[in-house]
Ligand binder design. Structure first.
Ligand code: B3K
Ligand code: ZN
Length: 883
């Protein structure tokens, strides 16, 4: 794997690169170095002679000088591992090019030209799954961010937009279906071969190019857009998978309708195709008119997919579809602007899912992800602003910060503007920048102008990394309540001094005796410190702050436990109610794990928590989906995040002990809840989903308090289950026990579903994420299982990502968990560097872990760093993590 990037040549078109990096040191690309490309590529024609082993690509580019910038005598065409078989300019073979590392630099006379280049690629040996590759005897592509350069030489940068015409030719029997972007304009047969020609009328950057060829079948449906255009919709899968595509198709139709109603966005082609692929580095990809999906986000039926899987499919189908406007019609000028399309599209998919299901529960789920993935990123060595300033490997910046914090930042604009004015802002953005490669700045300016907001200071959210910390102190005197708010943004790598940012906080003050408040206020805290006064309170009110999680910050409100119990029982904002419950438990667990609680303090705290939980279990006005959220303990990652230096062993013990206490103290209520929930037959409506969720939560608490009873209940639930949610929930609990039921049900699960790769993934993940004391041994032997392979990213993640996210196993005091992940990274890096690099961040948390484990984590990072040939992906993550 090469990690070297050669320095740019002075051709005026260079990619932004540092001068003279050493061979071991990949170049740093900087946002401030952006230069527009000196050439336009109005048209691109691609001819593919497809074969799994070898594919011939003829690319014909019409190029013309970009008269907005100084002319250049050369054009840089990016390549990655390609050799040009022939190069022609205006129909004549030419030698007037040089190779600069992997790139081809062609000298061109002034004016417009036609460049024709032939390359040959080997899809079947492409294990990186970038560019054109083979998966399960089909051919497919992944080009974002820089995969197109693995197919042909091209200015592979998002600001070069071109209109594509593509002819694909291949063996009829092996590759009966030939798909590409846009519309199919012609087809033909030549003996055993056949071909199809596709034309995409919308100019697009190369990262949105896609091609699929294989033996596929489709579920077909139609959608009529708001202006009356009839669009053909297809979900392509392998033959046996067709029955499991209904939910994906329905999700697509719902997405199309929702985007018309909510953002006024209409689809713009006559055809929209989705293809499910089993070997895929991420969730899905928004290629124009031809979305390629990981099978995980397409295939579902009640027997094989959980409620969470159904939600995931709806969310990802929506996300990729919404990119058609936020990403494709308006794309990014350069990769530093990634959050322009990703942050905005995540917000759009979050709003869509909220409208399709339970809005408060969706909000809680989104915040949980933010806190357990993005907050740790923001407080660790990999912290970066949502619009990064530099990178070595762009694939490392498809992060929770760019995506999820990016969505939060845009959500704050929406909160400050209000839904209607925000819509005026997005309308203006789509109108102003349609057909362009835009910047985050363009987006903010459009919202400012369209929604009438002043976002001057707010732009700091794009440039400053780190999670702001807000301190809130409430005092009371006479009739006056005084709220003192202050903020600070912690230092992050490369950014030591931070400025105050505008933080929109929804606030309500509850009157203790009436149990209600006088109305919610939106306070935008834009200074380091601010004092607010509220009149007319006879007694100290109870503070509810950051309601709906209106800002992605941490709040220190030093609130008495009684007030949290009060809010947990009656805050009318469901998020705030959840938050009170979390804070109640987190406050106790952090203090207990830090060793700072005497026995009587513990007793008092656990008593309060159990009381609050009892109220949750028995509140007849709560729906079960929300009840399930309120029953969940804060995650170990979230708890660790609240400690300067965490001892994962202690956190785990205390958290398990609290579960046991709650299980014991609330046994009656829990069993009553379980019995009630068990009565509901399977359906996908919210009540039935809520019932399944609380059943699993009851089992989780029972497993800690009364393992024998839990095994009995879980085995019974497993045996009776007529759906995957119940079956997986039960097996998750059994997998953590040392019981014969564990062995028999795991075996049953495997035998029942061995032909379904996605369910076999669950089987690996359940064992790797279990509470069983021997998880490390289990993972080691699962890695030798006949069905385990490093070639399939879903399988790798199912075993090792589940393991790395299982604190009691990953942080085993012996350091064996760290070694296991480091071994994996070293073995996977030469095969699939993008996926390998994703395993580095868990080790990068070493600075925030107690000293014994911290040293062991660092040792593993150093071992990886010392490996002779690392990919650019892993090299960058490891060196940043060692910092
Ligand atoms: N845009 C793609 C992600 C591409 C990741 C490349 N490493 C999927 C998405 O965010 O919609
Ligand atoms: Zn996206």
């Amino acid at each position: 794997m090469d990690i070297a990037r050669t320095p740019a040549t002075p051709d005026g078109n260079h990619e932004m690169a540092d001068a003279a990096p050493s061979p071991q040191e990949p170049a740093t690309i900087r946002r401030e170095d952006y230069q527009p490309f000196a050439w336009l590529v109005p048209e691109t024609r691609l001819d593919f002679d497809l074969g799994l082993e070898s594919t011939r690509v003829r690319a014909t580019l019409t190029v013309a000088p970009n008269d907005k910038v100084a002319p250049s005598p050369t054009i840089r065409l990016n390549g990655d591992g390609l050799q040009p078989a022939s190069v022609k300019v205006d129909g004549e073979p030419t030698q007037s090019y040089v190779m600069d590392g992997d790139d081809l630099i062609l000298t061109l006379p002034a004016g417009a030209h036609e460049i024709a280049i032939e390359t040959e690629i080997q899809p079947a040996s492409n294990s990186q799954l970038m560019g054109l590759y083979a998966s399960n005897d089909m051919l497919c592509t992944q080009c974002e961010a820089e995969g197109f350069r693995r197919i042909t030489f091209f200015p592979d940068r998002p600001d070069v937009l071109s209109t594509y015409t593509v002819r694909m030719r291949g063996p009829k029997a092996q590759l009966p279906v030939l798909l590409c972007n846009g519309n199919r304009v012609d087809t033909g047969e030549e003996g055993e071969m056949h071909w199809a020609e596709w034309h995409d009328p919308w100019p697009k950057p190369s990262y949105l190019f896609a091609l699929v060829a294989g033996d596929l079948v489709a579920r077909t449906n139609h959608f009529t857009t708001m202006s009356g255009r009839k669009v053909e919709l297809n979900v392509y899968v392998r033959e046996g998978d067709l029955p499991r595509t209904e939910h994906a198709m329905e999700s697509l139709k719902r997405s199309m309708k929702w985007d018309e109603e909510t953002f006024g966005r209409e689809y713009d082609l006559d055809l929209f195709n989705i293809v499910a692929v089993s070997d895929f580095n991420m969730g899905a990809m928004e290629n124009k008119g031809l979305n390629v999906f990981n099978t995980k986000y397409v295939l579902a039926d009640p027997e094989t997919a959980t409620d969470g899987d159904f939600d995931g499919i709806e969310g990802v189908i929506g996300h990729e579809y919404f990119h058609n406007w936020s990403g494709n019609r308006i794309t990014c000028r350069d990769w530093f602007q990634l959050s322009l399309k990703e942050g905005f599209t995540v917000l759009r998919d979050q709003l869509f899912s909220a409208d399709m299901g339970s809005e408060p529960v969706k909000r809680i789920e989104d915040v949980r992800i933010l806190r357990s993935v993005q907050f740790p990123e923001d407080s660790g060595p990999l912290a970066h602003p949502i619009r990064p300033d530099s990178y070595r490997e762009i694939n490392n910046f498809y992060t929770a910060t760019v995506y999820n914090k990016g969505a939060e930042v845009i959500r704050m604009m929406r909160t400050m503007a209000g839904t209607e004015r925000f819509r005026e802002g997005t309308d203006l953005y789509f109108e102003r920048h349609d057909g362009e490669a835009a910047t985050c700045e363009d987006f903010v300016t459009s919202i400012e102008d369209g929604a009438g907001l002043d976002l001057k200071q707010f732009r700091l959210w794009y440039s400053q990394a780190g999670t702001p910390q807000v301190t809130a102190r409430l005092t009371h005197e006479g009739q006056t309540a005084r709220l003192e708010l202050s903020q600070s943004v912690p230092p992050t790598p490369g950014q030591s001094d931070k400025k105050p940012m505008p933080i929109p906080l929804k606030i309500a003050l509850f009157d203790r005796s009436s149990g209600s408040h006088r109305g919610e206020e939106l306070v935008v805290l834009d200074e380091a410190r601010r004092e607010l006064t509220f009149e007319g309170f006879d007694a100290p009110p109870v503070l509810s702050i950051n309601r709906t999680f209106s800002a992605p910050v941490t709040i220190d409100r030093d609130i008495p436990r009684d007030d949290l119990v009060f809010l947990a029982a009656r805050d009318d904002d469901p998020f705030a109610r959840y938050e009170a419950m979390q804070e109640l438990m987190a406050g106790y667990l952090v203090a207990a794990a830090g060793g700072g609680l005497a026995e009587d303090q513990r007793e008092a705290a656990v008593g309060d928590i159990a009381g609050a939980m009892r109220a949750v279990l028995t509140d007849g006005a709560l729906d079960d989906l929300m009840r399930g959220e309120l029953m969940m303990l804060p995650s170990q990652t979230y708890l660790a995040e609240q400690m300067l230096v965490a001892d994962p062993g202690r956190i785990h013990e205390e958290r398990e002990a609290l579960k046991a206490q709650l299980g014991r103290r609330l046994r009656e209520e829990l069993h009553r809840l379980y019995d009630r929930a068990e009565q509901l037959p399977y359906s996908l409506d919210l009540a039935a989903r809520g019932a399944r969720k609380v059943k699993t939560q009851v089992l989780v608490l029972a497993a800690a308090s009364d393992p024998e009873k839990a095994v009995e209940l879980a085995a019974h639930q497993y045996d009776r289950a007529d759906n995957m949610t119940d079956r997986q929930g039960a097996l998750m609990v059994l997998a953590g026990t040392q019981s014969p039921e564990r062995t028999t049900r795991l075996l049953d699960f495997y035998n029942r579903h061995r032909d379904n790769a996605l369910v076999v993934d669950k089987w690996f993940a359940l064992q790797a994420s279990s509470l069983h004391p021997q998880v490390i041994e289990h993972v080691k032997s699962l890695a030798d299982h006949a069905e385990f392979t490093l070639k399939n990213p879903n399988r790798v993640r199912s075993l090792y990502m589940a393991f790395a996210g299982n604190p009691h196993a990953f942080h085993d005091a012996s350091g064996e968990g760290y070694r296991l992940i480091a071994d994996l990274i070293l073995e996977l890096d030469p095969i699939n560097p993008q996926t390998a690099a994703r395993f580095v961040p868990p080790l990068g948390r070493w600075r925030r872990i107690e000293s014994g484990r911290s040293a062991l984590m660092r040792e593993q990072l150093e071992r990886i760093a010392a490996a002779p040939k690392l990919s650019r992906d892993t090299y960058e993550q490891v060196t940043r993590s060692l910092g």
